[in-house]
Design a binder for this molecule. Structure first.
Ligand code: HEM
Length: 584
């Protein structure tokens, strides 16, 4: 029987090439799917402790789920959730990945994995990003990859990386030093004053500054260019932009191609992507050379000013000195490092400053409440220009903070990643092998209906919608600093309005725009100031009207790689409140 069947196949399929070309690949795909499905079922039935997560079944040998995953990650994750469930992690077979790639789907697992910094880290991923996205030269990469000594001052026992090449510890310590306390306050204040100075100047040729209502076809580029200039000047000083007049446009052109660079397309396939990166690296190198020629980066101790016009924040001098002292970094390696910082500092916070403004302005009732809170941040007397601000009351407002957190929940979608660096990492019954990627998609868990069920006002405020008060909780111990608000449409409608305070404690592990654990984003406090301060400064100079209830769609291209960009123009009406050039 088998012999006869084989003969039939030989004659009618293999002997007939048009049929063979169609049937053989289909047969291979079907067989692969069958085998991987059986393996999946066996893995899910196992109760053994220390087992590997089941692999998502796939059709194509070698390629696995790569095409589906690369083309539309969000759709892939949704399909896995619907078809296989969100009660366990999965291994995803991806082409060209040496270690396993694992997807964490159970929201309850997120917090513990993020906190597992003793066993896992994000550093091998960071190294990969430096190489693929920021173009760190091949001869520098071994320094990033070799350093398994951890982020703490004391190296992990058994590691012998020379102190001056412990790149991860150095970066961790310096960002923890210069993105908090007085340095943070100084950076935040510089950003706000720089933005205020820019908005105070009315352009006599621009109808937007006339003082009358005008229509603007797309508000996003207008706003992000102003925030980019203020944020970049605050951190890097004015010369980076002055020496590279097209820096802002080049930066966004680079951001647009990051998904291509990150997905490892070769240079010949996406020359535009590599050209955009080359241009940014050249810009940073030009600025480094100028700054080195004019100011001594070694003068960066406690007696150094916290900012100078050449290097911007003293942190940039500290980074330059450290890089030079490694003995490995050269001009190219240093440029890739600071390109990485430029991107970390701007690529997420600036689009968020946009979404924050749009979400508020598209809801007239909310806008009125927000404007009332923002007024407390203006400290200059009426008529003074530029206006001056104190972000203190704004940053502690429960409502404004809740809006900020909700914007991040909805608009940040990152693959926060952990890699077991010292042997197998065990989580519950699951074993993740040494070197495997453990991916925690923030965009997935931030919209997970089950995980957020208790924070939807009894289902009235689903996670698919923006809800300004999602992060307000009753202020049982009276720590809220600002007045109570009267509009919490929770299940508690009939009760007396409660005093509310802002919190993200109760959503730890499911609200994770900044990652988590010891390597959580060190720039989060600055990002908060940029977002909330940006709204405050804008609202002091301009009024904005967006169609009631409308926000632009998000571009799916950016799912999983950070801040979501609007996929369509944002038409608005805008009016300068003060200093308009058209006199009545
Ligand atoms: C809304 C804005 C921002 C978002 C959503 C964001 C998100 C993140 C995330 C998810 C990580 C990885 C954390 C992890 O693996 O757990 C990270 C790392 C980092 N971020 Fe941010 N970030 C933002 C703004 C900023 C700003 C303004 C800066 C300022 C310089 C900054 C500097 C950094 C640095 C230096 C790291 C690497 C930290 C390390 O591994 O030691 N970020 N960020």
């Amino acid at each position: 029987m088998i012999t006869e069947f084989a003969a039939l196949v030989r004659v009618h399929v293999l002997g007939n090439w048009p049929v063979a070309v169609t049937v053989v690949p289909l047969a291979i795909a079907a067989a692969t799917y069958l085998i991987t499905s059986i393996a999946y079922l066996r893995a899910t039935r196992s109760t053994k402790h220390g087992r590997a997560p089941p692999t998502v079944p796939y059709w194509l040998p070698v390629v696995g789920s790569t095409l589906e995953f690369v083309v539309d990650i969000e759709k892939f994750i949704k399909r896995v959730q619907t078809k296989y469930g969100d009660d366990k992690p999965y291994t995803v077979k991806l082409l060209g990945r040496t270690g396993n790639f694992n997807l964490i789907m159970k929201p309850a697992d997120y917090s513990a994995i993020l906190r597992s910094t003793k066993y896992t880290s994000n550093k091998l991923l960071m190294a990969e990003v430096m190489e693929k996205v920021f173009g760190t030269p091949q001869y520098v990469m071994p320094m990033y990859r070799r350093d398994v000594s951890g982020i703490s001052p004391t190296p992990i026992p058994g590691t012998d990386i020379p102190e001056h090449q412990r790149i991860w510890h150095n970066q961790h310590a310096s960002s923890a030093r210069y993105l908090v306390g007085d340095s943070l306050r100084s950076l935040g204040a510089r950003y706000v004053s720089s933005l205020s100075e820019a908005l105070a100047v009315a352009n006599p040729n621009d109808p937007v500054d006339s003082g009358e209502w005008v229509a603007m076809a797309d508000f996003y580029p207008w706003w992000r260019s102003r925030v980019f200039t203020a944020a970049t000047t605050a951190m890097f000083g004015p010369h980076l932009i002055r020496l590279n007049p097209t820096l802002e446009a080049d930066f966004w052109a680079f951001i647009d191609v990051i998904p291509m660079l990150g997905k490892s397309y070769p240079r010949w396939m996406v020359p535009r992507a590599y050209a955009a990166r080359d241009k940014m690296i050249a810009a940073v190198k030009k600025w480094h050379a100028f700054a080195r020629a004019h100011a001594d980066y070694r003068h960066c101790g406690n007696d150094a000013p916290d900012w100078d016009e050449y290097w911007g924040s003293v942190w940039l001098k500290v980074r330059q000195r450290w890089g030079q002292d490694t003995g490995i970094m050269d001009d190219d390696g240093l440029a890739s490092e600071d390109l990485g910082l430029l991107m970390a500092a701007n690529a997420n916070a600036i689009p968020m400053a946009f979404w924050n403004l749009i979400e508020v302005c598209k809801d007239r009732a909310l806008l009125a409440r927000v404007l009332a809170e923002l007024r407390s941040g203006i400290v200059s007397p009426p008529g003074q220009s530029p206006m001056t601000f104190d972000l203190g009351p704004i940053l502690s407002s429960p409502l404004l903070q809740s809006i900020y957190a909700e914007v991040l929940r909805m608009r940040i979608s990152l693959m926060v990643t952990r890699i077991p660096e010292r042997g197998v990492f065990r989580h519950g019954p699951w074993n993740f092998e040494h070197g495997a990627f453990i991916a925690l998609p923030s965009g997935y868990v931030g919209y997970h209906e089950g995980a957020w069920a208790e924070h939807t006002a009894g289902g009235q405020r689903p996670v698919s919608e923006f809800w300004a008060e999602r992060f307000l909780v009753p202020d049982e111990d009276g720590t809220a600093k600002t007045k109570k608000h009267k509009d919490v449409k929770a299940a508690t409608e009939k009760e007396k309005p409660k005093k509310m305070r802002f919190s993200t404690d109760h959503v730890e592990g499911i609200w994770m725009p900044y990652g988590g654990g010891a390597v959580m984003c060190p720039g989060r406090h600055l990002a908060k100031q940029e977002m909330m301060g940006g709204v405050a400064v804008f609202a002091a100079y301009y009024e904005l009207e967006v169609a009631e209830g409308w926000v632009p769609k998000m571009d799916p291209f950016f799912y999983g790689v950070g801040a979501q960009q609007p996929a369509e123009p944002t038409p608005v009406r805008i009016r300068r409140k003060i200093g308009g050039w058209r006199k009545p």
